[in-house]
Write a new protein. Structure first.
Length: 164
């Protein structure tokens, strides 16, 4: 008896359960990292774009994706990473932005039109009290992906994404 062939839908479903290694409330598909899934005669190829090239979690993501696909019974799994086109915060799924906020990470503002962002960048707001009265305390958070802020209204520090 042979198992039913794996479908791309099954792979996408499995990937939707792979958490972002740094932010466990969102998955790699929530973050828009998975760019392509192909299944050819049981051989699965997953192409993903890491959220930031400086992210140290690259190999963790690669391993997690490989494991999730192998758990479906795939005979061969290839996980490729691509930096072209580069990941943008615009790829983050809408409902994931809300979970990021609840987790205490300020969701990135849409980068939108490049001419708009340079003239009128949407200010970062405190994920706890919603105040715009926040200050950046450092260029980078614990990883290169995030920035550290402190809210002057509720005095709570929080992490925010760099919009890229
Ligand atoms: Zn606040």
């Amino acid at each position: 008896m042979t198992a039913a062939p794996i479908t791309t839908e099954q792979v996408w479903t499995a990937l939707a359960a792979v958490p972002d290694p740094e932010i466990p409330v969102v998955s790699v598909t929530d973050m828009g990292m998975v760019r392509d899934v192909t299944v050819v005669e049981g051989r699965v190829t997953v192409t993903f774009t890491p959220t930031f090239s400086g992210c140290p979690a690259l190999h963790v993501i690669r391993d997690s994706i490989g494991e999730a696909v192998r758990a479906l019974g795939a005979a061969e799994v290839e996980v490729r990473s691509t930096l072209t086109p580069p990941w943008t915060t615009d790829w983050i799924q809408e409902d994931a932005r809300e979970r990021l906020r609840q987790y205490g990470i300020a969701p990135p503002s849409p980068t939108g039109d490049l001419s708009l962002i340079s003239l009128d960048p949407e200010p970062t707001r405190c994920p706890r009290c919603g105040s715009f009265n926040v200050r950046m305390t450092g260029s980078f958070g614990p990883t290169l992906c995030k920035r550290l802020y402190v809210c002057d209204a509720c005095r709570e520090p929080f992490e925010g994404f760099k919009s890229v």
